[in-house]
Design a protein around this ligand. Structure first.
Ligand code: M6R
Length: 366
């Protein structure tokens, strides 16, 4: 049942090229001119009327929401807020009658996310669920549903659900942008082209597995690790740190790279592993200077950037090169080495990879 892999998590990481392809199928037309989401019941009028979006989710799905905000704001020009469901429920969010609420939940059964869905419906708001489970509570109760076609995810640590949530959010952003006339033809070519290329790119990133395994072995005794990045790289850092904590039990923190010097830099000392993401071209120089700051404190830095970059390797100890694609969809590519890092760290430490301590696949209590 694990298809020759040692753990479900490993299998699910390697299934991502297929999962991404399945999520795109039927939604992206062949000549990359438009996105179709026929499952949405929105009329053109209701679609034009959306004046803000609230994304609500937990854990990894919340991290997907952070990337979704960026994509929707950039591509569809609708203001988006992202909340963890356990906060959203109790903070009395400011909504308008035309606020669209998007809940993201792999299982479709997370208690806090479902409560946010129900509260929003009670307020008369339109709710869209992005879920991986057809027939789940979220799928049944939301007004509209987009299924992430990742296939069953068994490991507690979410991997292919996250990347397919991202694909779905990019599709949604492009769909909203095309309907509202905010998607320029350049942006269309960039985003839709990058999405179409993702299955191949994801396949290529998986080739980094042996190097990451070696890195995980060298750093298995680490007590603290830091993931740093700016913009979308910060969102992916949060996901990388969560994954590492969840299954390897190594303490990890994600930091917006520019925020380090406001306190956390005090923890960066000789040999502390720092995973530095530098995929955002427009933020590259700024991130590089933050990387130099941690290097100056003798951190051990593993950098992630695009193939062909000659600069980063001068300032870090090791580099993982990502096959080139648009920085807009970088999170889908950059997260894969971080999933592998968490996986191998958990394996070398002898942990129960698929069933980490204290955690459940689906959190059905508050
Ligand atoms: O099923 P959901 O997407 O609603 O689950 C939300 C979180 O419990 C989940 O993403 C959790 O953070 C993962 N175990 C992280 O790998």
């Amino acid at each position: 049942e694990r298809g020759g892999f040692q753990h479900f998590m490993q299998k699910e990481i390697h299934e991502q090229p297929k999962a991404i392809r399945d999520t795109l199928t039927g939604r992206l037309d062949e000549d990359l001119q438009s996105v179709a989401l026929p499952e949405l019941s929105w009329t053109d009028e209701s679609l034009q009327a959306i004046d803000r979006i609230h994304i609500v989710a937990c854990g990894t799905s919340w991290h997907a929401g952070l990337v979704g905000k960026d994509a929707i704001e950039k591509i569809a020009k609708i203001p988006v807020e992202v909340d963890v469901a356990s906060e959203y429920r109790y903070r009395d969010p400011l909504v308008t009658p035309n606020t669209l609420v998007i809940v993201i939940t792999q299982s479709g059964e997370t208690a806090d996310t479902l409560a946010a869905l129900r509260d929003s419906k009670q307020k008369g708001l339109r709710v869209l669920a992005i879920t991986n489970v057809v027939g789940s509570s979220a799928a049944r109760e939301a007004d509209d549903v987009l299924i992430t076609w990742a296939g069953p995810e068994i490991a507690v640590a979410s991997t292919k659900a996250y990347t397919t949530q991202l694909v779905t959010l990019y599709l949604l952003a492009a769909y909203l942008g095309q309907a509202r006339g905010t998607l320029s033809s350049d942006a269309k070519a960039e985003v839709l082209g990058a999405l179409a290329g993702l299955p191949t790119v994801a396949e290529q990133v998986l080739d980094a597995a042996p190097r990451i395994e070696r890195f995980a072995k060298d750093y298995q005794e680490a007590r603290d690790t830091f993931f740093i990045g700016r913009g979308l790289d910060y969102a992916v850092s949060l996901e990388g740190a969560l994954k590492l904590k969840e299954i390897s039990y190594i303490h990890a923190e994600a930091y917006a790279a520019g925020e380090l010097k406001h306190g956390t830099l005090a923890l960066i000392t000789d040999g502390v592993p720092v995973i530095a993401l530098a995929t955002q071209t427009h933020l590259y120089e700024k991130t590089l200077s933050n990387i130099k700051e941690v290097k100056a404190r003798d951190a051990f830095v593993l950098g992630l950037t695009w193939a062909g970059d000659e600069e980063l390797k001068k300032s870090v100890d090791e580099v993982i090169y990502l096959p080139r694609t648009s920085p807009v969809v970088a999170p889908i590519v950059a997260v894969i080495p971080l999933q592998l890092l968490a996986y191998y760290a958990a394996v070398v430490r002898g942990n129960d990879v698929d069933k980490p301590r204290n955690l459940a696949k689906s959190v059905t209590v508050e």
